[in-house]
Design a protein. Sequence first.
Length: 381
Amino acid sequence: MNSLPFTDARSAKDWLILLPLINTPVAHAELRHAMRALASSDLAVLESLKALEILRESVHDVQFALLTEYAAKPLPLNTHEQAQWLAACDLWGSMADAYARCWEAAVAKDSVVHEFLALLAQRTLRCLGFVIRGFYTVGQKVPDTIWEKTFACYCLAEKQNICEQKVKDSLLYVGETTTVQAVFIHGLLLSAANPGQYTLKRLLWIDLRLELLALRSSIALAAPAAPGKTALQIDLNHPAPPQRIGVPLHGTSVREIDTLALAQVLSKRIKLLRQGKMPEELGLGKDFSPQVTTDILLDLYRFWCDHSTERAPREATARTVPVILGLHAQHRYVMDSLYQTPPQEAGFGSRDLLDIHLFGDVASTRQAASVQALPPLSHGK
């Protein structure tokens, strides 16, 4: 069992001061050990929550510094990159478990942390959102177990009626407050944005913008969508990324994401960018040029608000292509003379050029080369 390196919030602060944050591998390993221990410790719930809030910013900084060790690398990852990626996912997962432990203890109304119920739910879901993002940074599919855990947390928040309560978060890129529902939508929209097509820089840019965009949307039994389109849907009983299909799902467990509000926000910014506004004037940062920013927003609009619900019809034609599998079979096919090399036009070599200079043509050389051997003489008796 992991031993906790501190005994209360005050000692956690002292421990953090001595942590060599400039040495990313060492600091990451120490924080991961501390989070694992905190998630399974019997430390008082209020002290655990205080310790988590003290360590939270440092965890974010160290995780971001470690990102370049494994993200956007050629696949498959080598042994070192794989280990760093798994360590990063483990730290986010352990932090989510530590917050979830406090969340479970906060359910009782007489709990000393009951007033922080929404905050604990938001922190738990945000850590799970970072786990989801971690899989996309290495081009991997998010496991079903992660979606199941994320959906289970949101279902619990729905039952506790805390999904729309405002929660303060000092680590937000834009604004100071968010909600449990917005954090859940954040992860869903990131998965619906076809994250595999983006570079690491663009993926992180989208992730930051979603802190604001997710607040503009909402989840309901029936949510508005762009004209002529159906909304993105999820089924709480079948955890998975949101999808839009021709025949909408129905049932008490089905939820829809408001894509009409997203369409309005995105289209307004696209219009202003085309009119000459700079991205930083619209709260879109200085990472990309106006044209690149417009292209990304158009992609997001297409995936979230305007994606086709039906596949384009294909022509029903039977086509066959001969294929030879295996080097041995290919070699045998060539050696059996079933394969002929493409015809080549006769060219002039260095010997031909020399003959042209000496004799004026190459007829004599080619004629000599075409002379066949005479048959053997027969001796009569």
